[in-house]
Design a protein around this ligand. Structure first.
Ligand code: BG6
Ligand code: MG
Length: 213
């Protein structure tokens, strides 16, 4: 292992919850039933693709302009949530893990499909922990496409098979495996069973665990 690449939303902080709440508010306005189980399909995918999934659940088709408007509305609600965040919302164990990896000369990267990733990192004072950051503004294809992790590996000057990814989304696990990397899932084995190892919280991940994957 040369590098470890982390997803952000739902891995380092519970912003996945904020995405869900903002989408749920929009779905309600549109008269669409949108459950937490439906939300699993949105994790890791881009804003506009997420909206397309919600609209398909409601059997609604809209013009590009109308979709842009709705996606912007959802994003404003999401931004309201993240602007109110404090560094104490970072999941327990995350910073200790980044420090532990650095102590063992492992590079630490971030690969988030979110265009708000840098704002979240700034709010949480987390930028300094990462040797490379790839966010939603830097990619053409969001997860499950492998582009984002391959880009992060390149910035970290690591071969894909020397990288381990930490992900909470099914689309993210698929993206990592398609990039030729090993992957630790954070969540349930039913959802993330394709990952090489699954835990229920970032605090369960250590250098020792990653090294032996
Ligand atoms: C991912 C989230 O990190 O970013 C998705 O898991 C989200 O739920 C995606 O849709 C895009 O985020 P944003 O902030 O660009 O709308
Ligand atoms: Mg995530």
């Amino acid at each position: 292992m040369i590098a470890c690449i982390f997803d952000l939303d739902g891995v380092i902080v519970d912003t996945a919850r904020y995405h869900f709440l903002a989408w749920q508010k929009l779905a309600k306005e549109l008269g669409i039933n949108f459950s937490e189980a439906d939300n699993e399909r949105l994790k890791g995918v881009s804003r506009i693709e997420s909206l397309n999934i919600i609209l398909s659940l409601g059997g609604i088709s809209l013009s590009y302009e109308e979709k842009e408007k709705l996606a912007t509305r959802k994003n404003q609600w999401f931004v309201d949530y993240i602007m109110a965040m404090k560094p104490d919302e970072i999941f327990a164990g995350a910073k200790a893990l980044f420090d532990d990896l650095h102590r063992h000369q492992i590079k630490v990267g971030l690969a988030s499909s979110s265009k708000n990733a840098r704002t979240v990192l700034a709010k949480l004072e987390l930028e300094k922990y990462f040797d490379a950051i790839v966010d939603g503004t830097m990619i053409e294809n969001s997860k499950p496409d492998p582009e984002i992790f391959l880009k992060a590996a390149k910035l970290l000057q690591a071969n894909p098979d020397d990288c381990i990814v930490v992900e909470d989304a099914e689309a993210g696990v698929e993206s990592a495996l398609r990039a030729g990397m090993r992957c630790v899932g954070i969540g349930s084995t039913e959802q993330l069973g394709k990952a090489n190892h699954v835990v229920d919280h970032i605090k369960k991940i250590s250098y020792e665990l990653l090294k032996n994957l």
